[in-house]
Design a protein around this ligand. Structure first.
Ligand code: ATP
Ligand code: MG
Length: 257
């Protein structure tokens, strides 16, 4: 006869697992790309970059976007980030279809729900690390004190507590990139889009910046789509998507066919 305590624990575990599955299946994607098509015209030449790219990305997922140079990774990120519009297809952010939105609404979704990290950090050179992380919050209407607290907390998590007053030129490349990550997360977005965030760094620094980014994704539950040429880093994310002939293909983990 099984110990009733064991049965009770087993039951509890099964219920918890069922609940987790339900949450997972009902979870709304932070980002849904649906049938994105985009071509560029260069004189008489036409380049079909995206030919029906689709994917769902759930909260808390770190998703790598890989593919050779020119495959369309940046194009896809610009469209997902509502900076450009596709020829057809839909970008759905937290359940809202942004495809038909006007400029003002797109800007609002971008400011409120998204954070961006670029290969070249694009920090404001005349402001300190702390101020760079405060600025997007001030634009959103937070008080200076609140913005400074949040900026200090984020920069601290990223190991930059001793660099708050440094301007970008007084920071190393990796420190600048970590500041850019803190800035992207400053308004607690639901989605992070990053275009080769470690592409400009030496392998050692890239590793540290990547670890910090991954840690933040998993602890905050933000969803992230991260273009990278580094397959070692890509494989450590939750999923890897390859842009192949204009479509997104899920790359299976090593050893799984
Ligand atoms: N504004 C534009 N006008 C014309 N062609 C463009 C434009 N933007 C991108 N392209 C073309 O679209 C293709 C995809 O470019 P994209 O920058 O998205 O590639 P990528 O995958 O990000 O490459 P990389 O790994 O080198 O950054 C390229 O062939 C590029 O030349
Ligand atoms: Mg690119």
């Amino acid at each position: 006869m099984t110990d009733p305590r064991v049965s009770a624990i087993a039951e509890e575990l099964l219920t918890a697992r069922k609940h987790a599955r339900e949450v997972a299946t009902h979870q709304q994607p932070a980002l849904r790309l649906d049938g994105l098509v985009r071509a560029f015209h260069q004189g008489t030449r036409r380049i079909d970059v995206l030919k029906g790219a689709s994917v769902d990305i759930l909260p808390g997922q770190a998703v790598a976007l890989v593919g050779p140079s020119g495959a369309g990774k940046s194009t896809l990120l610009h469209i997902a980030g509502l900076l450009e519009t596709p020829d057809s297809g839909h970008v759905i952010v937290n359940g809202r279809d942004c495809s038909g939105m006007g400029d003002a609404d797109r800007t609002r979704v971008r400011r409120v729900e998204m954070g961006f990290v670029y290969q070249f950090h694009q920090l404001l050179p005349e402001f300190s690390a702390l101020e760079n992380v405060m600025i997007p919050q001030l634009i959103r209407g937070r008080s200076k004190a609140q913005a400074a607290d949040r900026a200090r907390e984020l920069l601290g998590t990223l190991g930059l507590s001793e660099r708050l007053e440094h301007r970008p030129a007084q920071l190393s490349g990796g420190e600048q990139q970590r500041t850019a990550i803190a800035r992207a997360l400053a308004n607690s977005p639901r989605l992070i889009l990053a275009d080769e965030p470690t592409g400009n760094l030496d392998p050692y620094t890239a590793e540290h910046v990547f670890e910090a980014l991954l840690h933040l994704i998993h602890t905050t539950g933000v969803a992230a789509l991260i273009a990278t040429h580094n397959m070692d880093l890509a494989r450590r994310m939750d999923r890897v998507l390859r842009l192949e002939a204009g479509a997104l293909v899920e790359v299976q983990p090593l050893g799984v066919t």
